[in-house]
Design a binder for this molecule. Structure first.
Ligand code: ADP
Ligand code: MG
Length: 682
C-alpha cells in the first residue's frame, strides 16, 4: 500500500476531516504519520487521590462510584461523578456534557486528567480529560501525550485517536531508507520506532531520540538534494571569460576609489570561476554599503569585453535606474555601452532595446523584472547578476537564467544570512563574502527617541542640514495598504515643509508615484536640490546618496529588524559621521528588543541572527512567501548541530556513491521530496 494515498482514505478521516487536515498541511497518509506534535504533556505519573494538591494538573486512575446530573440553570447542567481509588475519593465535574451519564457507569475504570481543587476537605477535578481503561494502553492519559496544532473542527482527542489508529494500522508500511551505518553511528531509532516515538513516546529519552532521527532525516534529504544539484551544476559548461591583466587594470584605474581587500578577494573568486570553463554559480554576500555593485560591474565588464552579453536585474525601478546611472558611465568610459529596461520604459524605446538585445548590439542591459518578459531575447547572454536576490521569487531568477544558454551567474544579497540558513538555502552555490566596509566609514550612531522628543530630533536634523548635509525621514510602515501609506507620506511631507522645516527644501517619495516622478525626486536629492527627503520604505533597497547623513524613522516599532538595518544602510555611506534616530513609543516587549539590538550593533550578521530568533526562519527573507517548503520536524534555529551533521554525512555518502545506486529507497525519498521540486526551479 502506498503511503502517498490522500489522507481522506485513511480510516477515521473521510472527506470532511481531510479538508481540515489539509489546512494543517497534512495531505497524505505519509504526512499524517509525520505530523509532529507541537508539544507534549506528561500525564504519565498517576497520583493517588489522597495526595492531590490544589491548582495542579494531575492524572488519576480511578473507578466510578456513581454519577449525578445537576441542572443548575437553564443553560447549565453539571455531570458529577464520584470516583475513588485505594486512597480516597474525588468528584469529577463536567459542564453540559450530559451524554457522559451514559458512559460513566458505576464500576467503570478510567483515567482522569485535569486541574485539581480542594475545598472544605473535598477534592474536585474540573472538566477533566477522561479515558476509559479498556485495554492495557491509553491514548489521552496515563502517558506522555502529544498535543497537536489544531484547526477548527478538529479536537486534540480526535487527532490523537486518528494518529493512534493510523500508527497501529500503517506503521508497518514504513520502510527504512537511511543507511544502516548512520543509524548505528548516531544510535538513531529506525523509522518505525522514530515515528511511533514522536507521537507516543514512552519517556523523554525516546522522544529526544525520535525527534533527532526525524530531524536528521529531513535535513539529510535536503542536503543530498542540494549537493547533488551542485554536482550537476558544476558539470555545466559556460564560455571561458578571459580577464587579462591589462583589462583588469583599466577597470581598476577607472574607479574613483581603491577596492577594499574583501572586494579584491571576491573579484579573484569571480576571475577563477570565469576562467574555468564551468558555469559560475556564486552568491555574493555583503552587508549594506559594503560595495557589491562595483564587483557586479567588474563581472559585466569582463563578460562584455569578451564579446558576450551581460545583464543585471534589480528589484525596484529606483534601484535599476541608480545602477544605470552609476554602472552605465563607468562601463561607457571603458568603451562598453549599456541600456536600461524597466516597466515604464516607453514602448518605442523598448522595441529598440529588444532588437538590440536579440541582435547582440547591446552588450550590457540593466533592468527590473521587465528583463524576464517572454519576448525579450538575447543573442548570447553569458553573465547574469541578480541584485538583492531575496526580493525575487525563485521563478523570476530562473526565468532570467533561462535566457542564456549556460550562463555565469552571480546573485547578490545584502541580507547577511547566518551560516546555517545559507547551508540550507544556498548550499548549492559557492559563497563569497564582503566582510569589510570601504575605508573611512564611521559607524552610524543610532539612538532611540520617544515621540515627545521629536522637537529635539528635528533640531538635530536642522543642524546637519544647515551644514550642507541631507536627511531622510521615513514614514510609518502601513503594511495593509500602499495607498494609506502614500497618503500618510504626503501628509507628513506637507507638515515637514510647512511647519517644521520651512527654511529647507523638503521632497517626497512613495510607492504610488510614477517612475519618472520618483526618478526626478531621486535625482534632485542626489544632486542636493532636496535637503530632506520624506519617504516610505521605497528607499529601503540599495539607494545610495553618500551626502545623506541622518535618517529619522517614525514609528520604528512597526519595522522588522532586517528592514531597520536595510533602512539604516542608506546613511553612513560616505566619510561623514551619520545618525539614525528611531522614534518609537515602544509599544511591546518585542519592539523594545528590536530597538535595543539596533542601537547596540551595526553588524548585519548579528542582526540577522537576532531577527531569525525573534521572528523565526520563515519570515526572514520572506522565505515562506517564496514558497520554500517548511520543515516538518526540524527547526533550523534550534537544530543547527543536526543540520551540520546531516551535511557532513551527505557529503561522505555522495563521495562513496554519487549516484546513490545502493540506496534505492533513499533515492526515492529524494525524488518525492518537496524540496526537489523547489530547488530544481531555483
Ligand atoms: P551595496 O553593497 O550596499 O550594494 P554599493 O555597491 O551601493 O553598496 O556601495 C556603497 C557605496 O560605497 C557607493 O557609494 C560606492 O560607490 C561606494 N564604494 C564601493 N566600494 C568602495 C571602496 N572600495 N571605497 C570607497 N567607496 C566605495
Ligand atoms: Mg546594492
Amino acid at each position: 500500500m502506498s503511503l502517498d494515498i490522500p489522507v481522506q482514505y485513511v480510516k477515521g478521516v473521510g472527506p470532511k476531516r481531510a479538508t481540515l487536515f489539509g489546512r494543517l498541511g497534512v495531505e497524505t497518509l505519509r504526512d499524517l504519520l509525520y505530523f509532529a506534535p507541537k508539544r507534549y504533556e506528561d500525564r504519565s505519573n498517576l497520583s493517588p487521590i489522597n495526595s492531590l494538591e490544589s491548582d495542579t494538573y494531575q492524572t488519576v486512575f480511578c473507578q466510578v462510584v456513581d454519577v449525578k446530573e445537576e441542572r443548575v440553570r437553564k443553560n447549565l447542567t453539571l455531570i458529577k461523578a464520584r470516583v475513588r481509588d485505594d486512597t480516597g475519593e474525588a468528584i469529577a465535574i463536567w459542564f453540559n456534557q450530559t451524554y457522559l451519564k451514559n458512559i460513566l457507569k458505576r464500576g467503570v475504570k478510567l483515567y482522569l486528567y485535569g486541574n485539581i481543587s480542594r475545598k472544605y476537605g473535598r477534592i474536585e477535578i474540573q472538566n477533566p480529560d477522561y479515558e476509559i481503561a479498556d485495554g492495557d494502553e491509553t491514548i489521552h492519559t496515563g502517558r506522555i501525550i502529544p498535543v497537536y496544532s489544531l484547526t477548527e473542527g478538529l479536537s486534540e482527542k480526535i487527532v490523537r485517536n486518528i494518529i493512534w489508529n493510523t500508527l497501529n494500522n500503517y506503521l508497518e508500511e514504513l520502510e527504512e531508507f537511511l543507511p544502516e551505518e548512520i543509524l548505528e553511528k548516531y544510535g538513531f531509532p529506525d523509522i518505525k520506532r522514530a515515528i511511533w516515538g514522536i507521537h507516543f513516546p514512552d519517556d523523554e529519552v525516546t522522544l529526544r531520540k525520535s525527534r533527532e532521527r526525524l530531524t536528521f532525516e529531513e535535513f539529510f534529504i535536503l542536503q543530498l538534494i542540494i549537493l547533488r544539484r551542485r554536482m550537476s551544476l558544476l558539470k555545466e559548461y559556460a564560455p571561458v571569460i578571459k580577464v587579462s591583466r591589462n583589462l583588469e587594470k583599466r577597470f581598476l584605474e577607472s574607479l574613483p576609489f581603491e577596492l577594499t581587500n574583501a572586494q579584491k578577494r571576491v573579484i579573484e573568486d569571480i576571475k577563477r570561476d570565469l576562467a574555468s570553463g564551468k558555469s559560475m554559480q556564486r552568491l555574493l554576500q555583503g552587508d549594506v554599503g559594503s560595495g557589491k555593485t562595483v564587483v557586479a560591474a567588474f563581472f559585466l565588464y569582463a563578460v562584455a569585453s569578451n564579446g558576450y552579453q551581460g545583464a543585471i536585474m534589480a528589484p525596484t525601478e529606483i534601484l535599476a535606474q541608480q545602477h544605470y546611472d552609476r554602472i552605465g558611465p563607468l562601463l561607457s568610459n571603458l568603451g562598453i555601452e549599456s541600456a536600461l529596461l524597466i516597466g515604464s520604459t516607453k514602448e518605442k524605446e523598448r522595441e529598440e532595446i529588444k532588437l538590440g538585445l536579440s541582435q547582440g548590439k547591446i552588450p550590457v542591459i540593466i533592468g527590473t523584472h521587465a528583463l524576464i518578459q517572454e519576448d525579450i531575447e538575447f543573442k548570447n547572454l553569458v553573465g547574469i547578476v541578480i541584485d538583492e536576490q531575496h526580493r525575487f521569487g525563485v521563478m523570476q531568477r530562473m526565468a532570467l537564467r533561462n535566457k542564456g544558454a549556460s550562463p555565469h551567474f552571480l546573485v547578490m544579497s545584502a541580507t547577511p544570512i547566518p551560516r546555517t540558513l545559507a547551508l540550507t538555502l544556498y548550499g548549492d552555490l559557492d559563497i563569497s563574502v564582503i566582510d569589510e566596509l570601504p575605508r573611512g566609514r564611521l559607524p552610524v550612531a543610532t539612538y532611540w527617541a520617544s515621540g515627545e522628543q521629536r522637537a529635539q530630533v528635528y533640531n538635530m536634523v536642522r543642524k546637519l542640514v544647515k551644514n550642507g548635509q541631507q536627511a531622510y525621514i521615513v514614514c510609518p510602515l502601513i503594511e495593509e495598504s500602499d495607498k494609506l501609506e502614500a497618503e500618510s507620506a504626503v501628509k507628513l511631507a506637507k507638515e515637514m515643509q510647512e511647519e517644521v522645516f520651512p527654511e529647507f527644501r523638503v521632497g517626497l517619495l512613495h510607492g504610488k508615484m510614477g517612475i519618472n516622478e520618483k526618478e526626478e525626486v531621486m535625482n534632485r536629492f542626489r544632486n542636493g536640490d532636496i535637503d530632506i527627503l520624506v519617504s516610505t520604505t521605497v528607499i529601503e533597497v540599495g539607494v545610495d546618496v553618500p551626502n545623506a547623513t541622518i535618517m529619522v524613522i517614525e514609528n520604528a516599532e512597526r519595522f522588522g529588524l532586517s528592514q531597520l538595518h536595510q533602512l539604516r544602510g542608506r546613511v553612513g555611506r560616505g566619510s561623514l559621521k551619520s545618525y539614525c534616530i528611531l522614534i518609537s513609543d515602544l509599544t511591546s516587549e518585542d519592539a523594545r528588543e528590536r530597538i535595543k539590538i539596533m542601537t547596540r550593533t551595526q553588524n548585519g550578521f548579528e542582526i540577522a541572527e537576532a531577527d531569525l530568533s525573534l521572528r523565526g526562519p520563515g519570515e526572514l527573507n520572506g522565505i515562506r512567501q517564496h514558497g520554500i517548503p517548511e520543515f516538518k520536524v526540524g527547526n533550523i534555529i534550534r537544530d543547527t548541530r543536526i543540520l551540520e551533521l546531516a551535511r557532513e554525512e551527505a557529503i561522505l555518502l555522495l563521495k562513496k556513491d554519487p549516484e546513490l545506486s545502493s540506496f534505492e529507497r533513499l533515492k526515492e525519498m529524494i525524488e518525492n521530496s518537496p524540496f526537489t521540486e523547489f530547488l530544481s526551479t531555483g
